[in-house]
Structures are given as C-alpha cells and as structure tokens.
Design a protein around this ligand. Structure first.
Ligand code: SAM
Length: 204
C-alpha cells in the first residue's frame, strides 16, 4: 500500500476514541526527556503535558512521520521526530529519562533487540510506560493468536497478535512495577488483550 494511504488508514484505526483514555493513563507516567517508540501518526503527541519536558519520538515510516509532524507542531511540549528503528536507537547510553510505547511492540520485527536498545538509552531506574496488545493467557484464545499471526502480520503492517509483552519487557532488564491486563479496548480478545503498565530500567 502506498505511504500516504497506509498512513491515513493507521491514523483512522489508532484514532478510535476508546484508546484515548488508555493513552492518557500511559503518558501520565512519563516525565522529563521522554522517548516514544513507534510514534506512528503522532496520536499521543497532543496528550503530553508537563512534567514532560521534551519528547523524542521515533518511527521508521516516513509517511507516518509526515502526518505526526502536524501534531508535533501543535503539541504542548517540544517534540523532535526522528526516522529510526527501535532496534537501532540513534541516542547515547543513559541519555533518556522516561520512555513510552503505545501499541507498537507488536509491530517491531526484532522486539528483543528493540527492548535491549531501550534499556541501553534509558537512565537506570527510569520509567517505561506502555500500553500494548498481546498474548492472552486463555489457552483457547492464545492458540488462535498463534494460528492467525502469520496471516494477520501480512494484512496489518507486520503486527503480531501473540507477543507475551510483560515477559519480553522483564527479560530485557526491566522490573515491571505495575501491570493491568485484560480486554481493555473494543474488539475480540484475540486483538484486544491489553497490557498496560509501568516498568523501570534495572541497572545493567
Ligand atoms: C499500530 S502502530 C502504533 C502507532 C502509535 N504508537 C499509536 O499509538 O498510534 C505501530 C507503529 O510501529 C511502527 N514500527 C514498525 N516497525 C518499527 C521499528 N522497527 N521500530 C520502531 N517502530 C516501528 C510502525 O511504523 C507504526 O507506526
């Protein structure tokens, strides 16, 4: 699909009103210099408020970034948009004070590498606030998530339905301090099983 159309579609899907409260709850846990992974079309950008001092937001998709640029221009805090992948973050070690990801760990090809990179750039003890969809603990649903992921990936921009979000984050050197899971958004549990939480980067 061509860039602007793909981007418009993503913007429509991610603009669902039911997601706004989950975004707000996630962003409220960030402060200082914040790194947002996979910013997409910038749906979070209008929601950042102090104590967030500045947002650095990355995404590899230039069409999404171009749409995010308009939202960045009207944000309440300064925003820098960077074309980059989460697997190779263009920032020095321990330079970032907080991190945010919203519905993007599902789409990052090498999520373990991305989380290791996030851990590298975060200051020890820094918060990482996330809201993600992923693997459901109910075996019947999980089975379907595994079965459908190969097809779903092709039609949904690389999105996997079956990532065990909390364990991936913990294995990358974070302590998961708070975690709420459940069907927190509309849709079947296959795609709507949500992990909303707060992790902290452990000392390496
Ligand atoms: C479902 S969208 C979510 C966008 C945004 N976070 C939101 O809440 O609206 C997933 C995003 O992950 C991005 N993405 C895909 N591969 C990535 C990678 N390797 N590194 C960082 N972001 C990536 C996509 O370009 C897309 O913008």
């Amino acid at each position: 699909m061509i860039g602007p159309l793909r981007s418009r579609l993503l913007d429509l899907v991610m603009g669902h009103p039911a997601l706004v409260e989950l975004r707000r709850r996630t962003l409220a846990r960030a402060g200082g210099l914040v790194l947002e992974l996979g910013v997409g079309t910038g749906r979070n950008l209008p929601l950042y408020r102090p104590p967030v001092a500045r947002v650095l937001a990355i995404d590899p998709d230039r069409a999404h970034l171009s749409r995010a640029r308009t939202r960045a221009a009207h944000a309440s805090v300064p925003v820098g948009l960077v074309a980059a992948t989460a697997e190779a973050l263009p920032f020095p070690d321990h330079a970032i004070e907080a991190a945010v990801s919203t519905w993007c760990l599902c789409s990052i090809p090498d999520v373990e590498r991305a989380l290791a990179e996030l851990h590298r750039v975060l200051r020890p003890g820094a918060p990482y606030a996330f809201v993600e969809h992923g693997l459901c603990p109910e075996p019947g649903i999980a089975r379907w998530q595994h079965r459908l992921t190969p097809i779903w990936r092709r039609i949904a921009g690389g999105c996997r339905l079956d990532r065990p979000i909390a364990s991936l984050i913990a294995r990358a050197g974070f302590v998961v301090e708070r975690l709420e899971t459940g069907k927190l958004m509309p849709g079947p549990r296959l795609a709507a099983w949500t992990y909303l939480g707060l992790a902290r980067a452990r000392e390496a």
